[in-house]
Design a protein around this ligand. Structure first.
Ligand SMILES: [Zn+2]
Length: 191
């Protein structure tokens, strides 16, 4: 269904590259998948079109510059379409830092470690007060979530490659989100 780009300089149209061990999917295939999965979000007002494969959204995704109301209604539509089988939580970068710095308690699980096991974590990156630790805190959280096979959606009001994003959430984090397993909304239409 999803084809590699014929003149891709990385995989020469094969769709995979030598990894260790074995072969791994080429980034050009990830980009095609991003277009496939994320286009409906931009074309239909916040709704997943009928017959669209909702399961495709069960992965790590970056949504760039989506109108907040549209994104919220998309999330709602996704959760309803997936029969609400997913545990989910929506947080801001500041919420994650606050969970991280909360003292450990012997009586209950650390609030930060609870975030490792949520099926879906949706992080809204918009208008957070300045903090130099957003990037590394979110990255370490997401890396553990990836190991645990849980999915994270990043919704950013800025393009993740933009200077504004890098200034707010650090350059390393921008780079982390720009490569697999994250798929970025490469189709960008402000509506
Ligand atoms: Zn390729």
């Amino acid at each position: 269904m999803i084809k590699p780009i014929a003149d891709c300089p990385e995989c020469l149209g094969q769709g995979y590259i030598q990894g260790s061990p074995g072969y791994k999917k080429c980034v050009c295939v990830y980009k095609q998948e991003a277009i496939e999965y994320l286009t409906p979000l931009y074309n239909v007002p916040g709704q997943i079109p009928k017959g669209f494969d909702v399961a495709g959204f069960a992965r790590n995704l970056v949504f760039e510059a989506v109108v907040p109301e549209r994104f919220r209604s998309f999330v709602k539509s996704f959760l309803l379409s997936s029969a609400m089988k997913y545990q989910h939580q929506t947080l801001k970068a500041l919420d994650i830092i606050q969970a991280y710095v909360k003292p450990w308690s012997k009586l209950e699980a650390h609030p930060f470690s609870k975030l490792y096991d949520l099926d879906f974590l949706i992080i809204n990156l918009e208008l957070d007060p300045h903090n130099n630790f957003y990037g590394e805190t979110m990255q370490s959280l997401i890396e553990t979530r990836i190991q645990n096979k849980n999915f994270t959606w990043i919704n950013s009001r800025y393009a993740i490659a933009s200077d504004t994003f890098k200034k707010a959430y650090q350059t390393e984090f921008s780079y982390f989100l720009s490569k697999p397993p994250f798929l970025t909304a490469v189709v960008r239409k402000m509506v």
